[in-house]
Ligand binder design. Structure first.
Ligand code: DQA
Length: 139
């Protein structure tokens, strides 16, 4: 069971171009290429809260996955609906962030989803995704 779904939330489609001083200049495509040499990875990105919830519902009971790596972007700090969706499903969800959210603006320290996630990884650039995948596969 080495299959993992990575979900990226709003604005993460712009990785590589978006605020490179914070998020780096690597694209998600390059990150996925590297990860797919090691693991079976499905990928979904949406800028829409409801679409992220629909995806969690769709995959969240499928035991062919080891779990879900979720970077909910700014919805991390606001979305009770995404937190409820994570509680509703069976698969474990690892919360990841590219930046160290604790060293930035105070509002980024508050996560609505951390209490219902298996664990949290933040601050390792795009390597946070690999760490999230490996946390699911090896734990
Ligand atoms: C982020 C951190 C969030 O605070 C921000 O809104 C993002 C990206 C990260 O990966 O560091 O969109 O989740």
């Amino acid at each position: 069971m080495n299959k993992v779904l990575i979900i990226n939330g709003p604005n993460l489609n712009l990785l590589g171009r978006r605020e490179p001083g914070i998020y780096g200049s690597q694209t998600m495509e390059t990150c996925l290429e590297q990860l797919r040499q090691l693991y079976e990875i499905e990928y979904f990105q949406s800028n829409h809260e409801g679409a992220i919830i629909d995806k969690l519902h769709e995959v969240g009971f499928d035991r062919t996955y080891a779990g879900i790596v979720l970077n909910a972007g700014a919805y991390t700090h606001t979305s009770i609906a995404i937190a409820d969706a994570i509680s509703a499903i069976e698969l474990p969800v690892v919360e990841v962030h590219i930046s160290n959210v604790h060293s930035r603006e105070p509002f980024r320290r508050d996560s609505k989803i951390s209490p219902v996630c298996r664990g949290v990884i933040a601050g390792f650039g795009l390597d946070s995704y690999r760490l999230g995948v490996e946390a699911l596969i090896h734990s």
